[in-house]
Write a protein that binds this ligand. Structure first.
Ligand code: PLP
Length: 365
């Protein structure tokens, strides 16, 4: 039986033609027409004013913190239930993370966010909010808290490109947002990211820092240090081809989720990640928890059947790296980690593949 992967790349078919155009123009080096075009496509799709194509979403989050002047001695709030890439930039900037647990949405809890702000030793400067597995957080409440407290909101929309909240695209609702185009995301450029904002000055500053902070001289002149974080024109060509099918990819991932939901609807011990009523997730990954069954058994049985699956993210406050970090937690993400798994969710998955996965799960249950 062929292996079923968790979230493999799904090409539109135009990628190689666009890469050929790059080679014909010989703009192989970073920057070129496709980088601009990719940024324009993302701006148009998400209705955002400014976008910067980068080597990764991690780079985008790093630039966001640097642009906001966050550094040593500053506290940055962050979702604890997430991937390390959401929060590495806090460490790059020598700032201090304050992790906040999830609620029944599986995403960050506004109640615990308030508690974290109230009990923090100094006022936090920013919040990095992850929209996990492509599902939106409680943005109304979280935005209101951040505005009231004067805390910058950075949306980690690495997993949620194409998802929306009250009709607005994920990543565009806070002060800045990032998307990831790494190999397992809903769209991929093999590796890449994008920083977006309606604030032109921030994106211009991020652009300057992402290209080695070169002063505007003919020779190379530097007053401060920057990074080599821009996306190459070759990869941007892949991104442009992928953007053409984003709407379709969201629909396909949602259909994969619906197949799973239908096939496993008879099992009371299964709970799928919820979708907030005012949102439309991209269902990047279909995720679920088991009440009475050890998820390790399900993962092992799937692996035996040549099917890839994974536990849910291990919360940051449980990582050895953050053993001494500040956290406001009530056990929600710890429980989700202990009970949940991610199922194969690629947009090219057919109904037969979903059925194959469900047969194995049903066998274990
Ligand atoms: C929630 C989240 N944040 C950040 C990242 C980092 O993205 P990148 O690999 O593009 O740096 C990822 C994925 O890798 C992610 O899933």
């Amino acid at each position: 039986m062929d292996r079923i992967f968790l979230s493999p790349p799904h090409m539109s078919g135009k990628e190689q033609a666009y890469i050929a155009e790059v080679f014909e123009s010989n703009y192989i080096a970073p920057l070129g027409a496709f980088v601009n075009r990719f940024e324009e496509e993302v701006k148009t799709y998400t209705a955002t004013q400014h976008a910067l194509a980068l080597s990764s979403a991690t780079a985008g989050l790093h630039l966001a913190l640097r642009v906001l002047g966050i550094g040593q001695g500053d506290i940055v709030l962050a979702s604890s239930f997430t991937f390390i890439g959401s929060v590495s930039a806090i460490l790059y900037q020598n700032a201090t993370p304050l992790f906040v647990d999830s609620d029944e949405s599986w995403n960050l809890s506004p109640t615990l966010l308030k508690e974290a702000i109230a009990t923090a030793p100094i006022k936090p400067k920013a919040l990095i909010l992850t929209h996990l597995y492509g599902q939106l957080s409680k943005l109304d409440e979280i935005v209101a808290i951040c505005r009231e407290e004067g805390i910058y909101l950075i949306e980690d929309a690495a997993e949620s490109l194409g998802a929306s909240y009250e009709g607005r695209q994920s990543g565009t609702i806070g002060d800045m947002g990032v998307y990831s185009f790494n190999g397992n995301k809903i769209l991929t450029t093999s590796g890449g990211g994008m920083l977006i904002s309606d604030n032109e000055a921030w994106i211009e500053r991020a652009k300057f820092l992402s290209t080695q902070a070169k002063e505007p001289h003919l020779h190379y002149e530097h007053k401060e240090f920057g990074y080599n974080y821009r996306m190459s024109n070759v990869l941007a060509a892949v991104g442009v081809a992928q953007m053409e099918v984003l709407t379709q990819r969201v629909q396909q991932r949602r259909e994969v989720f619906e197949h799973y939901q239908r096939a496993l609807s008879g099992y009371e011990e299964i709970t799928f990640m919820p979708e907030l009523p005012q949102s439309r997730g991209n269902r990047w990954l279909t995720t679920l928890t088991f009440d009475r069954c050890d998820p390790a058994k399900v993962i092992a049985a799937l692996s035996e059947a040549n099917i890839e699956s994974r536990p849910l993210w291990k919360p940051m406050h449980l990582q050895p790296l953050f053993a001494d970090a500040m956290v406001v937690a009530d056990g929600t993400s710890q429980r989700l980690f202990a009970q949940g798994i991610c199922l194969p969710s690629g947009s090219a998955m057919g109904l037969e593949d979903v059925t194959r996965v469900c047969d194995v799960i049903q066998g274990v249950l």
